[in-house]
Design a protein around this ligand. Structure first.
Ligand code: AMP
Length: 549
């Protein structure tokens, strides 16, 4: 029909050009292996983004090549995000914490042509690339002075490549459905699966993310993504922050768990207002602030997701530091944000236990995303906060199929919907509660017990530093819950006390049958509790006969 709006493809370059035009002096501050505090502006960033696109042409990267990154969050990684995607290529972000065999598999499956690596991953990469014959070269993200000796094929220095390059580059006019970013699932069972984000899905996700009831970020914010850029695009913050013109603080290698002081220094010195990360990232930070009495004054909110955020963590942030926790749900397959817990009129009035319960919800659908829960026959279940079933999702930033997957995926068996593999309830206000991953739910006497809910309760006990619950085979009940605990430093607590702690908080038959204390709980490559590793650790475990059920 005549008289319509312009046809204007949704391309990542529109995010970049808007930021360059409107926020050229905004800052990006980064910790890198070759500079403890690098600082420059959006203007300088995008000039280098264009230089980098010229470098890709010069080193012979194909027009739609997959270019891999093995890197922490910093300004060079940001440059790659934009340059690779805007030039029509695909930015394949690799999680260095995957097993060597998985890394080899995904690099070969993606047919990556070049790999851009941080200095600290050079040794790891040397081991891997000998098994990846298609790699044409490796670029080390460093200046010439810090270049390491290496056996990598065709090694190049990032800064040397950029040094004499022109900062003029004509970006191609791409179709908005062109692939922009490639991310593999962490593949705890089976091979990792590739999820391809298009320019269109990325731009729409970026708009959705910035909304007040999603992350609510503005040009006055300073964003600090602790969630790595190799894990689902740091939950979209590099694109959303750029679009709205926030200041960025990038933690580089200090995002690892061992450096809470550095992270707290960055928050306070740089005026960070919003940060994001999985729950395990915050444990050492909160422990450090509590021990040292340091504040987190500039911080106004933290996005926590990727696994259930314990209530005790939300309360600590709120009550000790005045920080709002934005509890979010999503997955690699959803770009990743699907639902975010922000209030509605019906929930903002809640107090006491009702509010506590509400805070543990993983949120409501971001506009654009549709959710439903279904029973075993695929029948849709009511939104009553009680019925639980398989959580399905659809929308413009939900994966339609996996990248080059040979066999059909069960997750896509219902046309037009993606089965998340999560079990959830949805209440009348649209808030979801993730009960478990389908394979982690504990089946006891024909009923289900939520391991997440038990973990949340255990985390509320001061003696517990970290908790995980798994199902243990039981001849009578099929499975019973076992609580695995890392004790807080210097605390003494007995299994019996922890079991009593659950009384009155859940139905009697939900209470774990036993508690095992461990020095460490295993985590996955994305920092979540690895139930798979725990189940194999306790494969021969027998529950005590005496447990009351
Ligand atoms: P990944 O693709 O590695 O990001 O993992 C996605 C999975 O993480 C989801 O399917 C959920 O099982 C889990 N997850 C993400 N956010 C939450 C949350 N807020 N509460 C509970 N589980 C979550």
């Amino acid at each position: 029909m005549e008289g319509l709006m312009m046809e204007f493809p949704l391309l990542v370059k529109t995010i970049m050009s808007h930021a360059e035009r409107n926020h050229p002096q905004q800052e990006i501050v980064s910790v890198t292996a070759d500079n403890p505090l690098h600082r420059y502006t959006f203007e300088e960033c995008f000039s280098r983004v264009r230089k980098l696109a010229n470098v890709f042409d010069k080193i012979g990267a194909g027009g739609d090549a997959r270019i891999a990154t093995l890197a922490w969050n910093d300004y060079r990684h940001m440059e790659l995000y934009f340059s690779v995607s805007c030039s029509g290529r695909v930015c394949h972000t690799i999680n260095p914490r995957l097993y060597t065999e998985q890394l080899i598999y995904i690099i070969n499956h993606a047919v990556d042509e070049f790999i851009f690596t941080d200095i600290m991953f050079v040794e790891l990469l040397e081991e891997i690339v000998v098994h990846c014959p298609q790699i044409k070269g490796c670029v080390i993200m460093s200046d010439a002075k810090h270049m390491p000796e290496t056996t990598l094929p065709n090694p190049m220095c990032y800064e040397t490549l950029l040094q004499d390059e022109s900062d003029e580059h004509e970006w191609p006019e791409l179709d908005e459905n062109t692939a922009a970013v490639l991310c593999y699932t962490s593949g705890t069972t089976g091979k990792p699966k590739g999820v391809l984000y298009s320019h269109r899905s990325t731009v729409l996700h970026t708009y959705g993310q910035a909304l007040p009831d999603t992350m609510g970020i503005s040009a006055l914010d300073c964003v600090f993504p602790i969630v790595p850029m190799f894990h689902v695009g740091a939950w979209g913050f590099p694109f959303a922050g750029t679009m709205v013109g926030t200041k960025f603080v990038m933690p580089g290698p200090s995002a690892t768990l061992s450096e809470p002081k550095l992270l707290v220094d960055l928050i306070n010195n740089e005026g960070v207002t919003i940060s994001a990360g999985v729950p395990t990232v915050w444990l050492p930070i909160l422990k450090y602030t509590e021990e040292t009495g340091r504040h987190l004054k500039p911080l106004r909110k933290v996005a926590i997701g990727g696994s259930a955020c314990p209530l005790s963590m939300m309360e600590e942030f709120r009550d000790l530091y005045g920080v709002q926790v934005v509890h979010a749900w999503g997955m690699t397959e959803t770009n990743p944000l699907g639902a975010v817990n922000n209030h509605k009129p019906a929930t903002v009035i809640l107090r006491g236990e009702e509010l506590d319960r509400h805070m543990q919800s993983a949120g409501r659908a971001i506009p654009g995303v549709q959710l439903k829960i279904v029973d075993d026959d695929g029948e849709e279940l009511p939104w009553d906060g009680v019925a639980y079933g398989a959580l399905k999702v659809r929308g413009p930033w939900v994966c339609a199929t996996y990248f080059k997957l040979e066999e059909a995926s069960d997750a896509h068996s219902e046309k037009g919907w993606f089965d998340t593999g999560d079990v959830a309830t949805i209440d009348s206000e649209g808030f979801i509660r993730i009960t478990d991953r389908t394979k982690d739910v504990i089946k006891s006497g024909g009923e289900w017990i939520s391991s997440i809910e038990l973990e949340n309760i255990a985390m509320g006990n001061k003696a517990v530093a970290e908790a995980a619950v798994i199902g243990i085979h039981d001849p009578r009940w099929q499975e019973r819950p076992l609580l695995v605990v890392v004790k807080s430093d210097g605390t003494e607590v007995e299994a019996r006390e922890l079991i009593h702690y659950f009384e009155g908080k859940v139905a009697k038959w939900w209470i774990p049958d036993d508690v095992v204390f461990v020095d460490e709980i295993p985590h996955t490559a994305t920092g979540k509790i690895s139930k798979l590793a725990l189940r194999s650790m306790f494969a021969d475990y027998t529950l005590p006969e005496s447990a009351e059920r």
